[in-house]
Design a protein around this ligand. Structure first.
Ligand SMILES: Cc1cc2nc3c(=O)[nH]c(=O)nc-3n(C[C@H](O)[C@H](O)[C@H](O)COP(=O)(O)OP(=O)(O)OC[C@H]3O[C@@H](n4cnc5c(N)ncnc54)[C@H](O)[C@@H]3O)c2cc1C
Length: 419
């Protein structure tokens, strides 16, 4: 498969763009593999890519029940950040940030990673203290964080109401300059192409409907395209974790599935050039390269596997965006959709060997798994290849919920609303 390059662009432009080859093969399942990854989302694809690239394991299949990128990886609001408080989280998400910073070159695929900064607005002095503490923790661990005054924020984000008469006055904000956005489906396609080039079979429309077992050990999967055996089976199915793990007889997990909605407005001229989050409710917003404002809020607050949400949350998010940016009150909403989130009970992920022999689990991404895509795949590949975690995912075990060793960023205790 040809390298993407300026020369290739020119050559194909001159030949009417008729010579581009498909970015990956349409592989058919083989009877057996060294490793099967269930789920062709961002995390499954990046795992396959790093298994091949970092560990030389290429006899790998990724099984996806729909088409690649049809899940949350193609449905999110594309925010990439590493602005965490706890050491385990900062270490993991900083590793991810570093992979993001070289990802387009590594994959030879433009994932449009844009380090436009993520600004968390604070609306009370207590919230300001909390954010400054987080910023200091980030800097202590080698990350980047800056505190901005309300006046500086006003200059940086002209559409934002930072006046004293704003419904929720802004007292300042925590900026992570290296954070930003990336083109979500390009991330799936880039990892898919990279894995395929190294020999991984990407098998679409192949739903896992059961697991093959020898005693306790998982030795393969049952699919709608037949049985496939494997020495190791990794599960990375995000919001479907509960359903898929149940097929292996695991019916109790510290995960709940919830719907999260996203919204896009009609396109307007450049209006906001960083990601801005509202601190008096739950809202995050950026502007896409096409000009649409992309934004989202909290969960719909009921358990579901449906990829569509309901109107009360739409109303809440719209009222928040109008409070923040009164100037866009008459903008029309163009599209909205939902994705099913794998909410863990401490808001942190699980990347682990087990819970059965021959099986490996990657889950609990809550609202924040897109930014984790590179590090998640990198660490999951390490865990599968070496049968032990890397230092960056050593804390992300499943049994931490039994042991009471939660990685609880918000300090709120167990609840499925964290991220
Ligand atoms: C509206 C919304 C906004 C978000 N915003 C952000 C954000 O701004 N920043 C951020 O970091 N994160 C965000 N997220 C979260 C992020 O998208 C997810 O945490 C992350 O994408 C989950 O990992 P994934 O990409 O592997 O999941 P998915 O893309 O969902 O992949 C899982 C795949 O498994 C497949 N599958 C399921 N069951 C089976 C089966 N039985 N057999 C075979 N395949 C199966 C599914 O079809 C799916 O393709 C957002 C999510 C949503 C929905």
């Amino acid at each position: 498969m040809a390298e993407y390059s300026a020369f290739a662009l020119l050559k194909n432009a001159l030949s009417g763009n008729t010579d581009w080859k498909p970015a990956w093969r349409k592989a058919a399942p083989k009877p057996s593999y060294d490793v099967i990854i269930v789920g062709g989302g961002g995390h499954g694809l990046s795992t396959a890519y790093y298994l091949a690239k970092e560990h030389g394991i290429t006899n790998v299949a990724v099984l996806e029940k729909g088409y690649l990128g049809s899940g949350n990886v193609g449905r999110n609001t594309t925010i990439v950040r590493s602005n965490y408080l706890l050491p385990d989280s900062i270490r993991f998400y900083e590793h991810s940030m570093k992979l993001w910073e070289n990802l387009s070159h590594d994959l030879n695929y433009n994932v449009m990673f844009s380090q436009r900064g993520v600004l968390n607005l604070a609306h009370t002095p207590a919230q300001a203290d909390d954010y400054i503490r987080r910023g200091n923790a980030m800097r202590h661990q080698g990350g980047d964080a800056e505190w901005l005054s309300a006046a500086e924020i006003g200059r940086r984000v002209p559409g934002l109401d930072v006046s004293a008469k704003a419904r929720f006055p802004v007292v300042g904000g925590l900026l992570q300059p290296r954070a930003g956005t990336a083109r979500h489906d390009a991330v799936a396609w880039g990892y898919a192409r990279g894995a395929d080039r190294r020999g991984v079979d990407l098998i679409e429309h192949c739903e896992v409907t059961g697991f093959l077992r020898e005693g306790d050990r998982i030795v393969g999967v049952v699919t709608n395209r037949g049985e496939i055996r494997a020495r190791k089976v990794g599960v990375a199915v995000a919001g479907s974790t509960g359903r898929v793990m149940k097929l292996a007889g695991i019916d109790k997990l510290p995960i709940e599935s919830h719907v999260l909605q996203a919204f896009v407005s009609e396109s307007i001229k450049p209006f906001v050039d960083s990601v801005v989050t509202f601190g008096a409710g739950h809202l995050y917003m950026s502007q896409s390269d096409k000009g649409g404002l992309v934004f989202g809020g909290g969960l719909d607050e009921y358990n579901t596997y449906a990829q569509r949400g309901n109107l009360p949350l739409v109303e809440e998010v719209m009222s928040e965006i109008c409070a923040m940016f009164p100037a866009i009150g008459r903008l029309r909403l163009l599209r909205s959709w939902g994705g099913v989130m794998d909410m863990s009970m401490d808001g942190s992920p699980i990347i682990t060997k087990g819970p059965l022999p021959g099986m490996y689990l990657n889950s609990g991404w809550c609202y924040g798994g897109f930014k984790a895509t590179p590090a998640s795949g990198w660490a999951f590949a390490w865990t599968i290849a070496r049968d032990e975690p890397h230092a960056i995912n050593a804390a992300y075990t499943l049994d931490r919920f039994n042991r009471g060793v939660l990685i609880d960023e918000k300090g709120q205790g167990s609840t499925p609303k964290l991220h």
